[in-house]
Design a protein around this ligand. Structure first.
Ligand code: MLT
Length: 395
């Protein structure tokens, strides 16, 4: 008889964003006349920029001729995109070997897949609230998880606790869901903790392009000592609008060694066995993000979303609602008005303003009573949503 992985019985029946979509769709089905605005899942709305589109077309044309056609590519990505990424990191003062960079179909997949090469006995440390993927993927494997309190008192940026001997640590900065950003000194403390304890930090940098203050780190490798203790995950989704196109990358430094094994080699072995790489066409498009023109065009899109974040935070300011994020992040994390619970506020916002957001509780215990809005919508919808929000919740 086949047995299932019973760890799946220990995760919530549906993934947070599927649950939010289900409830929003049910409301829409009951109220077909309602103009529902979705500021829940962090999904982009700006189209791919023209430079990327041109490169995608070039990729398609290459597939049309025998001389330029591509079959299987290198599982870890073509050199041309890894070289572009190497140069991108060099701009941040980080020197990488191109073979420390692995191209994938996105940060979420790699964040889950990386666990293949780590023992199920490892103690996992995650902040609470947290991106549910970190918790769910470890629960699926049956790993023990310890939680770090993130709250208003520590600005939702918890620091290491030497009483907990964690093996695998998840850090996301700028943070999903709170939008809070670690500074250099804080990240340096994490790097020290990880090196002292032989732990590995999984650093999720998916929102790095939203950091506009040059004193804030955009990569963990800007911190001395990080190459011996950290793996970095990033993606083109939020940087360049690839949520539907799919492309990301993971950096596994050669200097990261655990149990006398070079972690980079294990990841290469895992990827070459279980993954056939991202399509040539997609990698052509993604590499174009790093051309001068590409960089200019994606910066315009990021500014567009930042303008939305401003619309949201200005409304919260007027209503006197506590929040963080929104400055170096597309997410705004705030306290639910009138001490409402987060699902209670989800329903109230949907019913009174026809606006969908994400209940903080979906990200963990410490998210109870908080709520997340995303700035990834259009200007028109964000302005309209916040007008309705203000009307519904002003005293
Ligand atoms: C979110 O809304 O938190 C994002 O869509 C997460 C993701 O990128 O998977």
């Amino acid at each position: 008889m086949a047995h299932i992985n019973s760890n799946y019985l220990n995760i919530k029946e549906s993934y947070l964003f599927s649950e939010v979509a289900k409830r929003a769709n049910a409301y829409k089905a009951e109220h077909p006349e309602a103009d529902v605005i979705r500021l829940g899942i962090g999904d982009v709305t700006r189209p791919l920029c023209p430079t990327v589109i041109d490169a995608l077309h070039e990729g398609v044309d290459a597939m049309a001729a025998t001389e330029t056609f591509k079959g299987y590519g290198p599982e870890q990505g073509y050199d041309f995109i890894k070289e572009s990424l190497k140069a991108y990191y060099a701009e941040k003062g980080v020197d990488l070997d191109k073979d420390e960079i692995f191209i994938s179909d996105g940060a979420k997949s790699d964040l889950g897949n990386i666990l293949d090469i780590f023992s199920k006995d490892n103690l996992v440390l995650v902040p609470d609230p947290v991106y549910p993927v970190y918790v769910d993927t470890n629960t699926m494997d049956g790993r023990e998880i310890a939680y770090l309190e993130a709250n208003e008192a520590n600005g939702f940026l918890p620091m290491p606790n030497y009483d907990i001997k964690a093996d695998l640590i998840y850090l996301c900065s700028p943070n999903n869901p709170t939008g809070a950003v670690y500074n250099r000194e804080q990240l340096a403390e994490w790097v020290k903790y990880a090196n002292d304890n032989n732990s590995v930090i999984f650093f999720d940098a998916a929102y790095e392009c939203f950091v506009s203050d040059p004193s804030l780190p955009r990569s963990i490798y800007e911190i001395e000592g990080a190459k011996t203790c950290a793996i970095e995950f990033c993606s083109f989704s939020k940087t360049a609008g690839f949520t539907g196109t799919r492309c990301g990358y993971t950096v596994v430094p050669f200097d990261l060694i655990r149990d006398d094994c070079v972690v980079n080699k294990f990841w290469l072995r895992r990827q070459t066995t279980k993954f056939n790489g991202v399509s040539y066409i997609t990698q052509k498009g993604a590499a174009a993000v790093f051309t001068e023109e590409g960089k200019k065009q994606i910066a315009e899109n990021i500014d567009y979303y930042k303008q939305n974040a401003k619309t949201i935070t200005e409304t919260l300011d007027r209503l006197g609602i506590w929040y963080c994020g929104g400055k170096h992040s597309p997410y705004i994390w705030f306290k639910c008005p009138d001490n409402m619970g987060s699902w209670e506020f989800f329903d109230a916002l949907l019913e009174k303003a026809n606006v969908v957001g994400t209940p903080g509780e979906g990200f963990g215990e410490n998210g109870k009573g908080y709520f997340r809005l995303t700035s990834f919508s259009t200007h028109e919808n964000t302005i309209e949503a916040m007008k309705r929000f203000e009307k519904a919740f002003s005293k």
